[in-house]
Design a protein around this ligand. Sequence first.
Ligand code: 5GP
Ligand code: ZN
Length: 114
Amino acid sequence: MSDCLFCKIVSREIPGSIVYEDDRVLAFNDINPQAPTHVLLVPKRHLASLNEATADDDRLIGELVRRAAAIAAERGISAGGYRTVFNTNRDAGQTVFHIHLHLIGGRGLAWPPG
Ligand code: 5GP
Ligand code: ZN
């Protein structure tokens, strides 16, 4: 999608601080980090939100989640813990409509979220 911010990061039209890449997945640091680790994991193929995901996307969604765990392990925050979040639509505060998994950690996180 030509007007999608995260598609532009995937295509390198705009820069991203990339931490992982393979054929289907890109992970990059959030521009406004909420914790010492705040990485966004996106599929390279545009998908607006979890609401648009179908059974065909099951493997892709699994890859995002498992890759988040791998990045957490690399950063040594697995045992301490971390949070993985998909915000979906208005009430959850989704602002970029290209599905992304937040990996947030490296400090104690409050629960429940606001
Ligand atoms: P949402 O609120 O949609 O779940 O999360 C969008 C996230 O994208 C926010 O945490 C925001 O800081 C991040 N973000 C917005 N614009 C950019 C950008 O241009 N580059 C990067 N790396 N992150 C961005
Ligand atoms: Zn997109």
